[in-house]
Ligand binder design. Structure first.
Ligand code: ADP
Ligand code: ASP
Ligand code: MG
Length: 842
């Protein structure tokens, strides 16, 4: 089973707004326990109700205020009475509710008397919505048998005043969270924290702005360095537009942090605009999921998401805005008008959300919230009194009931024609555009239009950018793998690149998510538990290609040191379905055993561990079985060819393999083809060496040991108990030459030409050809030169191709033959990739 790591879950208002929703929410929390922090909001509508009590009291409307307090009481009492079964727990919660409701009445009374409602008082009123709900949630968890600890947000979220309001004091939050939450979490308790609130500069309770519980979850995730944050809502995820305005809106499978931040900032109510801030730096992925549709994978928001094929991914709108414009032909070329405009607004405390200046410079227009429209206009009239008098500025105009529509997508940058595609459909719908602006990030285009046209405009844009055609990701729930590349040579890099290349296909069509979380070479191990982005992985590949090492330095780690390095860097990581890919050529069976013991599935491209003594081979598979892990090795024989897979299928179908013949070396296959065509042996070896088909020392291929290992793996796969020393190997050079260096051997290989030429000629007389064959039969394993009929499958084999010929009880006369390219980094990596996918999908 995959190790779990700390995650933060948040349940929004609708997810805790009814008994049915709460039951589902508790279930989600139970699944995530114990390594989880649960943030809860207030019941749907509760914050509005609490704030309305304050406003009513301020207006002196005591009746409305006390009615609100009454509703606060009854809505929660209903939930407690319906859901909490234990009488003692129930009584305790009801007492707590009563105390909170009485306090609310007292606060409202004093507001009504003083006719003053400070921020502090407003926050004190609003905070009770999440606080009571957190108590209820913790009680429900208790009853469900989920051990948990309730921790108040004022103990873990601290804020400081900045120029524009409160902002989390991240270092302090971090210390506090570790102190307050670290203990319970390490004891296996789930932590429950009310969202939306925190402690102010003087320790008072403050709120984080409407929708702020999203932000709370993100702050806590940052503080605890969580592996992910999941916001549970009443929609399937972040959608291409607000589904209430655009019925065709689709769920976005993935979004970049910046896109999500842009959407939230421009009004997408589904996310608090600051949510991404704490997550970006630590690259903590954010998931949006539907409490009521637990089978759906939702939206993933992260750093590694690319632009994709849709230049525009989503639309959003903010209503209730006003457009102000400073106009006058006299302004043209007069410097400083824009600067003075914004200085005046800022001095009066107004913030501007969109600015657009006509290129003629004869007007500047900008958008402010409607509530600030009059104040803003007044500030400008004052600032430009002189210019208005002299006619340098003609007018300061105000247009109310304006909406801002933002068109957002990473793929817009540098893509011409998006602006035109934005305005054309609006013109067609007769929507008047007051102003248009493109953010310098080129991530969005913002349009100011009349509020009444807003829904129409959103629908037209949605259609123009074909967002209704967006395809959701296949569900990847649990179908995932966290891959560690042990060995970052040619095969490791080919695999990394194939993964990068196929990523989107895996996600979209197979619903499988494969991330590379670690890379290891002789210099040591590098890891990123969240997974390397495509760019980061490519960078590692490029680095290796330049001959640089992953961790720099000069010293190569010995195998025992490497084991220590893995224990330090990789084993402690909380990884979902970890897969250790051995693409080295070391004798590392002991290390692989250790890796299995630490809960990693293993995929081998390396033959050596499987050619280890039988006892070690058995220990590897026994350990994998005991730990419920996969140990796959398709790429060790015939690279990407489905050799072992075929053997497995035969066995599953009850067939018995009797004899296996194999041409298992691309290099030797090439040599044999050349010899058959009359090329002298030494010349063929030199050509193969030059083309890179051989190992640096060609004797490593010609010794037959590599083929012997593959044959041993095949034999063991069909159940034979044998060791490498049992394999009868015929090298392609005499013993005396074994001591020569590679270059020496190449220089002296001519001495063997005559011998080979006569063997070829003898074979040809019988209409046969020479092949380097691995033969596994009841007598054992033999690896060496054989003379085979020209017309046989082995005889017809050409060049670098591999072939495995299987004689079984069912394939007795006509053997089952698997033929194809059996060497090279690309096809070997492809074989490994298949094994990784099989593990991810299991
Ligand atoms: P929470 O339950 O966490 O408080 P919210 O109610 O704040 O969740 O946000 C969810 C709501 O946001 C949805 O019900 C939906 O009506 C609205 N919404 C607006 N824009 C979008 C969008 N682009 N994608 C999904 N939902 C959206
Ligand atoms: N309850 C708060 C609100 O309604 C916070 C939240 O729901 O996220 O704004
Ligand atoms: Mg919300």
């Amino acid at each position: 089973m995959a190790k779990t790591s700390l995650q933060v879950l948040k349940f929004g208002g609708t997810s805790v707004g009814s008994p049915e929703a709460l039951r589902l929410a508790v279930e989600r929390a139970r699944e995530a326990a114990p390594k989880a922090v649960v943030v809860v909001s207030a019941m749907q509508g509760m914050t509005d109700l609490l704030l309305s009590a304050g406003s009513a009291a301020l207006a002196g409307d005591r009746v409305a205020a006390s009615e609100a307090a009454g509703q606060y009481r009854t809505r929660h009492r209903e939930i407690i009475e319906q859901m909490v079964l234990g009488p003692r727990l129930r009584a305790r919660l009801l007492a707590s509710l009563e105390q909170s409701a009485a306090q609310m009445e007292a606060i409202c009374e004093s507001v009504a008397v003083l006719r003053e409602l400070t921020n502090r008082t407003r926050d004190a009123l609003a905070a009770r919505g999440e606080r009571i709900l957190a108590q209820i949630f913790a009680a429900l968890l208790d009853e469900r048998g989920v051990r948990n600890q309730l921790v108040d947000a004022t103990k873990v979220i601290f804020t400081v005043s900045t120029g524009d309001g409160l902002w989390p004091d991240f270092p302090r939050c971090e210390r506090a969270a570790q102190k307050q939450l670290g203990g319970p979490l390490s004891k296996g308790l789930l932590a429950v924290v009310p969202g939306f609130i925190g402690a102010g500069p003087e320790g008072e309770v403050v709120t984080l702005g409407r929708g702020g519980s999203d932000f709370s979850a993100a702050i806590l995730a940052r503080s605890l360095d969580a592996s992910r944050v999941t916001l549970f809502k009443d929609v399937d995820g972040l959608m291409t537009a607000d589904p209430r305005a655009v019925p065709d809106a689709r769920v976005l499978p993935e979004l970049h942090y910046r896109e999500a931040a842009e959407l939230a900032y421009y009004g997408a109510k589904v996310l608090h605009p600051r949510t991404m801030v704490p997550l970006v730096e630590k690259r903590i992925p954010l998931f949006l999921r539907n409490t009521f549709n637990p089978g759906f994978s939702g939206t993933r928001i992260a750093q590694d998401v690319g632009a994709g094929s849709y230049p525009v991914k989503a639309l959003t709108a903010i209503q209730g805005q006003a457009l102000l414009s400073v106009e006058g032909n006299g302004m043209m070329g007069v410097p400083g008008i824009a600067a003075r405009t914004f200085a005046a607004l800022s001095a009066a405390g107004h913030s501007v959300s969109m600015i657009s200046q006509a290129s003629s410079e004869s007007s500047i227009c900008f958008v402010v919230p409607q509530a600030e429209a009059d104040g803003s206009k007044k500030a400008l009239v004052r600032a430009f009194a002189l210019e208005l008098q002299t006619g340098l500025i003609d007018a300061i105009k105000l247009e109310r009931e304006v909406a801002l529509v933002a068109v957002v997508g990473l793929g817009m940058a540098g893509r011409p024609g998006i602006a035109a595609r934005t305005t054309a459909p609006l013109a067609k719908e007769k929507v008047n555009i007051h102003a248009i602006a493109q953010g310098s990030s080129e991530l969005n285009i913002t349009l100011a239009i009349s509020q009444q046209d807003c829904a129409k405009a959103l629908r037209a844009l949605h259609q123009e950018f074909q967002l209704d055609k967006l395809r959701p990701l296949a569900d990847s729930q649990g179908r995932e793998a966290s891959v560690v590349l042990f060995g970052f040579g040619q095969i490791g890099r080919a695999l990394a690149r194939q993964l990068n290349h196929q990523q989107s296909y895996f996600r979209h069509d197979l619903g499988i998510s494969v991330r590379v979380v670690g890379a290891v070479d002789r210099s040591g191990a590098k890891a990123d538990e969240r997974g390397y982005s495509a760019a980061a992985l490519e960078e590692l590949c490029a680095r290796k290609e330049q001959g640089r090492r992953l961790k720099g330095g000069k010293k190569d780690l010995t195998l025992p040191h490497m084991q220590g390095e893995l224990a330090k860097v990789l084993f402690p990581l909380p990884l979902a379905r970890p897969v250790f890919v051995d693409a080295t050529a070391q004798d590392d069976a002991q290390l692989i055993l250790d890796v299995l013991e630490h809960g990693f599935n293993v995929v081998l491209a390396n033959k050596k561990p499987l050619a280890a003594p039988q006892a070690m081979f058995d220990a590897l598979f026994a350990t994998a079985r005991r730990k419920g892990l996969a140990l796959r090795y398709e790429a060790t024989v015939g690279a990407g060819l489905p050799v072992l897979d075929t053997l497995k299928k035969l066995k599953e179908a009850g067939d018995e393999v009797r004899t296996v013949l194999g041409a298992l070396s691309g290099t030797l296959g090439y040599l044999m083809t050349e010899l058959g065509e009359g090329v002298p042996f030494s010349q063929a070896v030199r050509a193969a060496h030059k083309a890179g088909y051989t190992e640096p020392d060609p004797k490593d291929d010609l010794s037959g040991m590599d083929v012997a290992r593959k044959a041993l793996i095949l034999a063991r796969t069909i159940g034979r108990k044998l060791d490498l020393s049992d394999v009868a190997v015929e090298p392609l050079f005499p013993k005396e030459m074994a001591w020569l260096s590679g270059p020496e051997f190449l220089a002296q290989a001519g001495a063997l030409d005559k011998e080979f030429a006569s063997r070829v000629a003898a074979a040809r007389k019988k209409k046969e050809v020479l092949r380097y064959v691995a033969r596994i039969d009841e007598k054992g394993i033999k690896v060496g030169l054989e003379s085979v009929s020209e017309g046989s499958p082995l005889g017809r084999l050409k060049g670098l191709d591999n072939q495995i010929v299987l004689y079984t009880d069912r394939y007795r006369q006509n053997p089952l033959v698997v033929t194809g390219p059996g060497a090279g980094a690309e096809v070997t990596a492809a074989g490994v990739l298949n094994d990784v996918l099989a593990i991810a999908a299991s």
